[in-house]
Design a binder for this molecule. Sequence first.
Ligand SMILES: Cc1cc2nc3c(=O)[nH]c(=O)nc-3n(C[C@H](O)[C@H](O)[C@H](O)COP(=O)(O)O)c2cc1C
Length: 332
Amino acid sequence: MVLKTKLTEALGIKYPIIQGGMHFVGYAEMAAAVSNAGGLGTITALTVALPPNGADSLRKEIQKCKALTDKPFAVNLTLLPVGVAPDWDGIIKVIIEEKVKVCETAGRNPVEVIKRLKDAGIFVIHKCVAVRHAQAAARSGADMISMDGFDCGGHPGEEDVGNWVLLTQAALELNIPFVASGGCVTGSQLAAALALGAEGVNMGTAFMATVEAPIKDEIKQAMVQAKITDTTHIFRTLGNTERVYKNSAAKKVREIEAEFPGQFEKIQHLVKGDLYRKSFQETGNTDDSCWSCGQSIGLIKDIPTCKVFCDRVVADAEDIIRNRLQGLVSKL
Ligand SMILES: Cc1cc2nc3c(=O)[nH]c(=O)nc-3n(C[C@H](O)[C@H](O)[C@H](O)COP(=O)(O)O)c2cc1C
């Protein structure tokens, strides 16, 4: 049996699995490993193109990914507030000039960006946390939605709706195909997402705990040890909530936010992007920076290669659909 969905069909990929954009994880090596494993890997544009680097660093990363895989891959474009504004125009130009097949947009007001990408013939998957945002993206011409529930790593929004309800609402109200994003690690979750009407799953946290993820082993080991309650939210008082690993740095940020709600300057020194990058790329220190991860961290039990991981998720989903679910339907 082969799982065929609108996602696999539209992109010509083997498995209905996407690796979502991940700051300081979504480099060419990560994206290529997922695409070679049969899913859709994603390069995170801002990780490589934030000032002082600029859009040309993204061009190099895309070219590196093309050298590592002949399969389709995506570039993530995150439209959220950042300290020093990136060269959005240059970044979009590079994505178009390099003929990237798929773009995952995320964040606020993507209308103009989606239109520009669509005019260039790029398949746009817009990631968002509410059905009304998905409807707006559909009106702007997006091809698919990645519905990100409350359990997700990164930015779950401010409405706190879990995937069980959010995906059901998406199936009832959307006229555009969607994938389930947030909290997914297992084949049973892929099968459940398909049952709820999704065309596949988007995962971040799970791909951090793979052999090819370009982050320090100490971070991966901490993920294997973690419980489902080992994440927390920061930036809630700024209206830009982020789910991160519950460590000393995150607890400190929450204490300061409780005392000085909405005052970014009070926490800025604890949440600088470079601290996050250093933990992932240089020190492996799990405690001294705020790094994104989802509740699914507590479901991670090993560190497989991307291929072993994707094969396993799909084989388990197929087994559940074929044996458990079909077996439940009695033949009268
Ligand atoms: C370490 C990390 C960094 C992330 N960075 C981004 C980002 O820069 N842009 C973005 O759109 N999503 C980002 N995300 C969200 C993922 O793309 C994906 O939507 C999310 O991880 C799905 O939830 P899961 O982690 O429960 O699988 C990040 C997630 C993680 C775990």
